[in-house]
Structure formats: C-alpha cells, structure tokens
Ligand binder design. Sequence first.
Ligand code: ATP
Length: 240
Amino acid sequence: MAEPSILSVKGIETFYGAIQALHGVDLEVARGEIVTLIGANGAGKSTLLMTICGNPRARSGTIVLDGEDITALPTHQIVRRGVAQVPEGRRIFPRMSVFENLQMGAILADPANFKSDIDRVFAMFPRLAERRDQRGGTLSGGEQQMLAIGRALMSRPRLLLLDEPSLGLAPLIVRQIFESIGRIAREEGVTIFLVEQNAFHALRLADRAYVLANGRVRLSGSGKELLANQEVRAAYLEGG
Ligand code: ATP
C-alpha cells in the first residue's frame, strides 16, 4: 500500500441490540485501490459497510476518511464527503425511469457536471443508454445492478462501497459487472471497497483483500495471495 489510506477503520465494534456483529475490525483502503472483503453468510460484511456509512453506528472504534474522523457523522454528511454506497439488493427506484434514477444519484452533485457525468455512465454501461426511458423495475437483474452502480457514480464518489454486486446474477453477467468495477477503478480513478460472497471473482479483481469471520478479520493479503491460501480455498472457493 504505497498510497496513503483513503479509508482507515480501527477497532470497530457494532451491535444490533445485545447482539455484537463486529468485534474490533481493523482495515485500510488506499487511494485508487480495489479492496475486497469476503466471508460467509452472516460474517458481518454488510454490517461493516453500513457502519462505514454511519447506520448502524459503531459503538467503539474509529473510521477515518482522508484523514478526517467520520465515526460520529450522520450518513448524509458522510455521503457529502464523497462516499457512495451500492447497497445489497440494489434498491433502485422501480417506478422511475433509468434516466430519473440517475438524476436521483446526482441530487447532491453540482448541476454543471450533470451532462458529462451521465454521458460517462452511459459510456460505461451502453445498456442503460439504450434503456434510458425504461422503468427501473422492468430491467433485468444485471441491468438493475448497472443502474445502481451508475446512480452511485453520479455523485462523483471518491470511495465507492459495493455490497454483493454479483448476488443473484448469471455467470456471464457477473463477469461483466466485475469488469465494469475494474474499469471504474482503473479508468475513473475511483477507490473501491467491495463486499462479496463470490470470493473467486472478487479476489481476482482486488489489489488486496480481507476475510471476515464471525465479525473479526481472520486473514488479509493481496488478492493473489488469498486466492492461493489453503484456508481460503477450502472455505470460500472449493465447491463455491
Ligand atoms: P450476508 O452475506 O448474508 O449478507 P453478512 O456477512 O453481510 O452476511 P451481516 O448481514 O452483516 O452479515 O450480519 C452480521 C450479523 O449481524 C449476523 O449474525 C446477522 O444475523 C446480524 N444482523 C444483521 N442485521 C441485523 C439486524 N438488523 N438486527 C439484528 N441482527 C442483525
């Protein structure tokens, strides 16, 4: 990690009532990196992503974005600082058109950038350009995922948080989505923190990776190292 951290998470503990979901999570994401967090169902991956966005709030620990402590900030202020989240299940607006969904993503952005930003999203996802007037709810799963990512890009994020973008998609579409995520990082310079159960694709794409188990970081390393790691292979790759 030659670059300074854009995101630094230290000692995060998050609870749902009496249930502790995260037990002191530490991780770093450097500017321009693709970092992935893999782990089984219920490991706490989504909880960590949501905690970074301030909801739920960490009970202890610190979250630092570009040198600023954001641990206690409300979600909208975290978004204003350049963090965009693509939540699990995509959550696009089903009754709005593709174009209107993208407009919603730009709601906090400078209107002067709208035209060039939407052109960039349409260039990245030509499918969305072809369907700009189609209602979001009538898109295929893969197209909805593209729309959710495109909507997040409309806010010009510095840090894009993606929660299981491959969920429920056919293998060919999964490959396309991962390729797009790679281009967003390499061509657009957006730092990516990607939560995935699809460990194979995520580790192949990522510069670095963390394995979360029972709310704790169990392993970390480069994507390549973890792809070759026996424990990772046995638990998350073989038969998966
Ligand atoms: P998945 O891949 O299934 O989404 P995950 O790794 O993202 O799993 P989380 O959804 O973060 O895991 O869940 C971590 C733990 O917190 C689990 O034990 C889960 O049951 C619990 N949990 C998550 N959301 C809530 C909630 N709203 N209320 C109570 N417990 C919750």
